[in-house]
Design a protein around this ligand. Structure first.
Ligand code: DX5
Ligand code: ZN
Length: 213
């Protein structure tokens, strides 16, 4: 299991130090939640702060957009060159076009599905993306409880990906901890995002290690 540490639960008063600490502790990706106060009822950080965090990161960035205007935010974050840039399918009228735009910047495109969103929404664009991010909480806040129907969804997605012979990764975000990570592994998940679990722990390294199942 790969581990993406979500900085949403970091101490923003010393963000650079926190980003260095999770990288030193062995996370595989630095997960950055960008919220616009419209798509989700919360507002987080823009390119100035993300740029600063990116300079402290020695691991690749995984930017999760939770915004209304995906194209605008894609252009805004393109120069930071994250490894993955993910956008919500619920908020995009032209996903195929946006995927091509993300690729044109040399960034791996990913699509996010809210807990209620059907996998059928991405059936015909699965081959065009590098990762699917399944939300296991309603997006907007850290520290929420894991929604268990995500396990069934991940299993079905795993079958879709494997039967199409694709290499698309499955990432799960929200309420992940050392108790549910084994079930996620069994469901065929490749990457877990964890915020509260890692930053709420006295040892970031122990927390990350406990997710690496
Ligand atoms: C929620 C964010 C998550 C969040 C996860 O909208 O997308 O990345 O940080 O936090 P935890 O792990 O605390 O549920
Ligand atoms: Zn996220």
């Amino acid at each position: 299991m790969l581990v993406a540490a979500s900085i949403l639960s970091a101490n923003f008063g010393k963000l650079d130090e926190e980003v260095r600490a999770i990288c030193d502790a062995g996370c595989d990706f630095v997960h950055v939640d960008v919220m616009d106060g419209h798509f989700v009822p919360n507002l987080t950080i823009g390119p100035v702060v993300v740029n600063s965090a990116a300079k402290s990161a020695v691991k690749p960035l995984d930017i999760h957009l939770m915004v209304e205007n995906n194209t605008f935010f894609t252009e805004l974050f393109a120069s930071i060159k994250p490894k993955y840039l993910s956008f919500h399918i619920e908020e995009e009228k032209h996903p195929h076009r946006l995927i091509q735009k993300i690729k044109s910047y040399g960034i791996h495109p990913a699509i996010v599905l809210n807990p209620h969103t059907s996998l059928q929404e991405i059936e015909y664009i699965l081959e065009d993306i590098d990762m699917v991010l399944l939300m296991s909480v309603n997006p907007g806040f850290g520290g929420q409880s894991f929604i268990r129907s995500t396990l069934k969804k991940a299993k079905t997605l795993r079958k879709m990906i494997d039967s199409a012979g694709l290499k698309t990764l499955i990432e799960v975000d929200g309420g992940v901890n050392d108790k549910n990570v084994h079930e996620l592994k069994n469901a065929g998940v490749d990457i877990v995002v964890a915020g509260n679990y890692i930053f709420g722990s006295s040892s970031y390294k122990d927390a990350i290690d406990s997710l690496r199942v």
